[in-house]
Design a protein around this ligand. Structure first.
Ligand code: SAH
Length: 249
């Protein structure tokens, strides 16, 4: 165990959805002061190399190991930024870092800050109009870290409560069937006319925003670069936009 060194710190930062202009000045400042940047390979690739900065890209499936390595570096006096896309508290590294702190009072005494970022669903909603303008719920459709029946229960409950819905990690090559099931559940609960927006690669040159009805939606419209937004019963189109009115019903 390394002795705590008060000059070290750890920032857990969100890089936003892709566009550099959506990186907050606070995050830019932390990156400028950092000695080390830790994170999933494509996110670390968004940080410009410079003398005095060591980049530590790693694979996505070792979040707790990555968090421990970052904490260890901060404890030894490094200025460490752990990067996530979007916001670090939304299905990302912040929780992994706090989990790694459990049972480690030495790490708990470190200077640790969470620096928020623009999460994908907010950038997507802005690109589409204002589909999250009333109450909404947000669900991660990946069953890597939770069982599918729990996802199904939450999805159904949120749809019945007439929340607008945002879905992260909707569909990957390794689990193509989950999103098809989710669409079927949504059609049962919300009907075929409900609006659904597929927002892909928001704020990047590949951005594509497509709004259809649930009746016309197909699983192939989503991939891992897509955040999916389903309207509530009042969500409607106006011109090229989609919005949810401020009042319910
Ligand atoms: N912490 C991130 C989410 C990580 S989970 C955030 O706050 O945005 C990864 C999922 O986020 C992807 O599968 C996709 O659903 C969504 N996502 C991330 N960036 C996106 C973008 N630029 N456009 C659309 N969806 C995005």
């Amino acid at each position: 165990m390394t002795a705590p060194n008060q000059t070290g710190w750890l920032a857990i930062a969100g890089l936003g959805p892709g566009d550099d202009r959506m990186v907050t000045p606070e995050v830019t400042q932390a990156l400028a002061q950092a000695t080390d940047v830790v994170g999933y390979i494509p996110y670390v690739a968004r940080v410009a190399p410079r003398p005095g900065l060591t980049l530590h890209p790693s694979d996505n499936r070792v979040e707790l190991d990555r968090a421990r390595a970052a904490l260890d570096m901060a404890a030894s006096g490094k200025r460490v930024v752990v990067v996530s896309s979007g916001d670090p508290g939304v299905f990302a590294m912040a929780s992994a870092v706090f989990e790694a702190l459990e049972g480690r009072p030495d790490w708990q005494a470190l200077d640790i800050r969470v620096l928020p970022g623009i999460t994908a669903m907010l950038a997507a909603a802005a690109a589409a109009g204002a589909p999250l303008g009333h109450d909404f719920a947000c669900i991660n459709l990946s069953d890597n870290l939770k069982p599918w029946p729990l996802i199904e229960t939450r999805l159904r409950a949120a749809a019945r409560a007439d929340f607008a819905l945002a879905f992260y990690n909707p569909r990957s090559a390794s689990r193509p069937e989950g999103f098809a099931k989710a669409l079927q559940t949504l059609r049962e609960e919300c009907g075929a006319d409900r609006l659904i927006t597929f927002a892909r690669a928001v704020s990047t040159p590949d951005q594509r925003i497509t709004t259809v009805t649930l009746g016309d939606a197909t699983p192939e419209m989503a991939d891992m670069r897509t955040v999916v937004i389903v309207g509530n019963s009042a969500t409607r189109r106006v011109g090229p936009w989609v919005y949810s009115p401020r009042s319910a019903g």
